[in-house]
Design a binder for this molecule. Structure first.
Ligand SMILES: Nc1ncnc2c1ncn2[C@@H]1O[C@H](COP(=O)(O)OP(=O)(O)OP(=O)(O)O)[C@@H](O)[C@H]1O
Ligand SMILES: [Mg+2]
Length: 434
């Protein structure tokens, strides 16, 4: 169809004028068309750029979703699967195309309460489920967490489920538990080592006493043998008196009672030490019994002071009996740790350490305090963490308080760290009274 030139209003114009007006109108039309065309091209370029950015973002999100090891499932408000990640496809051995649009409940392996009810009820928290695997059979249990999916207006549009096979979590937990048990064992060996050093020191004294006395007694026996031998052979009275003087028999007889008593005392001391050692038990799981925390504290202080060979004693403010429910060996270990820390804080000056015990209702409390620098406020919450130590390498493992905390907690008690207003730290041990 031929194009009609734009109409020109009927007026008294010459033919030349009309032709000119028509030409101008055509030029205007062509200019407009060119403008529109160039705009179109511009729009197309912008659109392509936006498209590329969108594809880039899509690829990025997809690669993130496929590289996370946790499973991820997005459901619409009716509980139908909208999107899943690679981890879910691997776990269930299903194809993405088969899953999209399927109600998530159909993927449950067990006859449990349907997920849709759980989702509808808007439950937070975890839930353990097993999914169908490859259309039959079941996957390992998965710990699922559910969150609400919001649309662009911020309104609920579905749910996002994330989860991780429980087996994996359990394995990690088991490994952690094993590592912890190993550490506890190592610390026990270390405290056993410290204890043995203390024991060796304690036993050394009376044993060297006994050995010295026996040596003297052997010499005395030789002299007595010689003297008695001569008497039995029937020597004269004069010869006997000479022998009695030269062998210093009277002095020997005078020494004997003290030597025997001293040896007896040394042997008794060894027996006492062995007896107190027998009270220490490093065994787990022994039943709690009524123990005198005051005795345990005295004993622990004694061990630490002797073990370190320190002069002076801590100030002890303990009632005669402070009956707690617990295990002697383990509580001994706790008090030893607290006293060692207190002594470290005061450079081994035992007189700057004090222990105070008391009964409060159905609890007994033991404070181990010192006049040291105290615990920096930012460290108050950390001292019970394993490996937390401010001591130089080789002087502290940072396990003492951690182990102690565990023991006290197992006893149903409490161990807290405080700074005293007058300066210095105070570790407060509270236990159920027996
Ligand atoms: N009485 C105290 N005064 C000041 N700081 C303390 C006191 N007791 C504990 N701490 C702080 O708590 C940290 C942890 O104590 P913990 O007994 O657990 O480990 P450690 O004494 O450093 O080493 P380990 O006991 O294993 O030999 C110490 O390094 C110290 O910084
Ligand atoms: Mg310590």
């Amino acid at each position: 169809m031929a194009r009609q030139p734009p109409s020109i209003p009927e007026t008294n114009l010459s033919e030349g004028d009309i032709a000119h007006a028509q030409e101008t109108a055509w030029i205007e039309v062509i200019r407009k068309m060119e403008e529109v065309y160039s705009d179109l091209i511009q729009y197309e370029i912008e659109l392509e750029e936006k498209n590329t950015a969108l594809e880039e973002a899509q690829r990025f999100i997809t690669s993130v979703l496929s590289s996370v090891s946790d499973i991820l499932v997005v459901c619409d408000s009716k509980g139908r699967i909208q999107q899943v990640n690679l981890a879910f496809l691997h776990l269930t051995d299903m194809a993405e195309t088969d899953l999209i649009g399927m109600p998530l409940d159909h993927m449950l392996a067990d006859d449990v309460q349907q997920l849709s009810h759980w989702l509808e009820a808007g439950h937070g928290g975890d839930r353990e489920v097993r999914f169908v695997h490859g259309g039959q059979g079941a996957t390992d249990p998965v710990a699922l967490t559910c969150a609400t999916l919001l649309d662009h207006r911020g309104l609920p549009a579905g749910t996002v489920l994330t989860g991780r096979p429980v087996g994996e979590l359990r394995r990690a937990y088991e490994a952690l538990k094993q590592a912890q048990a190993q550490l506890v064992q190592q610390e026990k060996m270390a405290s056993l080592g410290r204890l043995i050093a203390g024991v060796a020191h304690e036993l050394n004294n009376p044993i060297s006493f006994i050995v010295g006395n026996i040596h003297v007694l052997t010499k005395y026996r030789e002299r007595l043998e010689a003297y008695l031998g001569a008497i039995h052979q029937g020597v004269s009275e004069t010869e006997r008196d000479v022998l009695r003087r030269s062998l210093r028999i009277d002095a020997l007889m005078g020494d004997l009672p003290a030597l025997i008593a001293g040896t007896q005392e040394g042997a008794q001391r060894v027996a006492d030490i062995v007896k107190s050692l027998k009270r220490l038990s490093f065994s787990q799981g022994a039943a709690a019994e009524a123990v005198n925390l005051a005795d345990i504290a005295e004993n622990a202080v004694h061990w630490v002071i002797k073990g370190r060979n320190l002069p002076g004693l801590p100030h002890m403010d303990l009632p005669a009996t402070l009956l707690a429910a617990g295990q002697t060996g383990q509580l001994h270990q706790v008090v030893v740790n607290l006293v060692e820390n207190a002594l470290d804080a005061v450079d081994g000056d035992a007189r700057a350490v004090s222990l105070r015990g008391r009964v409060e209702g159905n609890r007994v409390t033991l404070d181990v305090c010192d006049q040291g620098p105290g615990i920096a406020p930012e460290n108050l919450g950390k001292v019970f963490e394993p490996f937390f130590t401010t001591k130089p390498v080789g002087q502290g493992t940072g396990l003492g308080l951690w182990i102690s905390y565990g023991i006290v907690r197992d006893h149903g008690g409490e161990l807290i760290a405080l700074n005293r207003p007058e300066g210095g730290a105070c570790l407060r041990l509270t236990l159920p009274a027996a």
